[in-house]
Write a protein that binds this ligand. Structure first.
Ligand code: PLP
Ligand code: ZN
Length: 419
């Protein structure tokens, strides 16, 4: 058994006992995203900061009582979670803030943050006896589900836009998924996947539809706070597409606060691309995201390109309830942030990961972060996911790269030129 008590619809507040729901609140079509609630008193009996400190398992399953899975469910062999939190004093100084940490989720098994959620989906699909599991994705959620399914021997069918970066499609094919390349946008692939899953009875991992995905994503907040010895940072910044990550981080922080393991709630800063700025616009203009319709989405950061963010209710709450902010960055700023972050930290991020670095610099400049504050940035994906975009950044920044014949005199001439 898990410690789930009920799930609550974020639109009408209706509650569903235990796990007596399929995915969404049936009163709102596909939009009725649920929030999972637990018996926190019982969780306190089996989990504490002291108990965690003596647990050598670095994976997300160290927090199992706080996760929506049965205590005896088999978990994937791949190690999900336990990513490093790096401290960079020089970057804090340059930003003019107290401290700066970088949580590198590009280090997860399939090289993106999505592994945290897909691991939960895979375990839940087995609990529910599903024969096939499916998702639509801009690429990373798909690769994550695909890799984790491969590790557990679970058949899966994946819908991605045909324009997804090559590396992400290659991952799907290597992991043995049935891959459906949709001639359309992510939003098209999403709707198609929902229809197909309903028609064929597949287990559906889709973001902003399957309420357990936030539960996987919240583990990153647990790790950040535990790595900081339960001293929550002042600000956590992360890029936003569908809004599931930022909503999940918010959920994790609320749980830690409720349990009394942290004393303060960080402000959440969501970073969006100027070309896919639904959430930032909704926040700035005080719009109702239940009514607000889709916007065009076009950005080099494919992982945060979402015309209609599927987890928009949670994503808006995350920022408004923490007195945080949304910032937007241009594609050029995103591309330039890739080598800027990589050359100063050794962490190579894909465009959607680097977007957060561009956003933090903007937030610091606009005084959305103050000098006394500590900031944690999450890198959500590895730069190796999208080498094409990195090479565009090379061009933009005219990064030096010399091609010479294999001859020492040529090397010497080049060195002279460099002086
Ligand atoms: C999915 C993803 C995001 C955004 O997460 P959402 O939950 O869609 O907001 C950011 N960066 C990367 C690399 C991702 O794969
Ligand atoms: Zn409802």
């Amino acid at each position: 058994m898990s410690h789930i008590t009920h799930a609550q619809c974020l639109i009408c507040g209706k509650t569903f006992e235990g796990e007596s729901f399929e995915y969404v609140c049936p009163d709102h079509g596909n939009e009725g995203i649920l929030d999972i609630q637990y018996d926190y008193n019982r969780i306190r009996e089996s989990l504490s900061p002291e108990q965690l400190a003596s647990n050598p398992d670095p994976s997300i399953w160290r927090y199992r009582p706080l996760l929506p899975v049965n205590s005896d469910s088999k978990v994937p062999a791949l190690s999900i979670g336990g990513t490093p939190l790096y401290h960079f004093e020089t970057l804090a100084r340059d930003l003019g803030i107290r401290s700066f940490h970088l949580k590198d989720d590009g280090r997860l098994p399939t090289a993106s943050f999505k592994d945290r959620a897909s691991a939960i989906a895979a375990v839940k699909s087995v609990e529910k006896g599903a024969k096939i599991i499916t998702t639509a994705s801009t690429g990373n959620a798909a690769a994550a589900l695909s890799g984790i399914c491969a590790s557990m021997g679970l058949p899966n069918i994946i819908f991605v836009p045909h324009s997804a970066p090559q590396a992400k499609i290659a991952q799907l094919l290597m992991f043995g998924s049935k891959v459906i390349l949709v001639e359309g946008t992510y939003d098209d692939a999403f709707d198609l996947c929902l229809d197909a899953a309903a028609e064929h009875g597949w287990y559906n991992r889709n973001t902003g539809f399957n309420p357990y995905m936030s539960e996987g994503k919240k583990t990153c907040a647990f790790e950040i706070c535990e790595q900081l010895d339960w001293q929550a940072p002042d600000v956590i910044a992360v890029s936003v597409g569908d809004g599931c990550i930022i909503g999940g981080i918010h959920k994790g922080l609320r749980e830690l606060y409720h349990l009394g393991w942290i004393d303060t709630m960080p402000r959440l800063i969501g970073v969006q691309a100027q070309g896919s700025s639904y959430m930032a616009d909704a926040w700035k203009n005080n719009e109702n995201v239940i009514e607000k319709t889709a916007q065009a989405a076009d950005t080099v950061a494919d992982s945060i390109s979402a015309g209609l963010p599927r987890d928009r209710i949670k994503a808006l709450n995350a920022v408004t309830q923490t007195q945080g902010a949304y910032v937007t960055v241009s594609d050029d700023e995103i591309l330039r942030a890739i080598p800027d972050l990589a050359s100063r930290t050794g962490v190579f991020a894909e465009p959607a990961g680097a977007a957060t670095w561009a956003g933090i610099q903007k937030a610091a400049k606009e005084n959305l972060i103050s000098v006394k504050e500590s900031v944690v940035m999450i890198n959500t994906g590895s730069g190796l996911k999208d080498v094409n975009s990195a090479m565009k950044a090379v061009e933009l920044e005219q990064l030096p790269c010399f091609r010479i014949p294999p001859d020492i005199t040529e090397v010497n001439r080049m060195i002279d030129k460099l002086r």
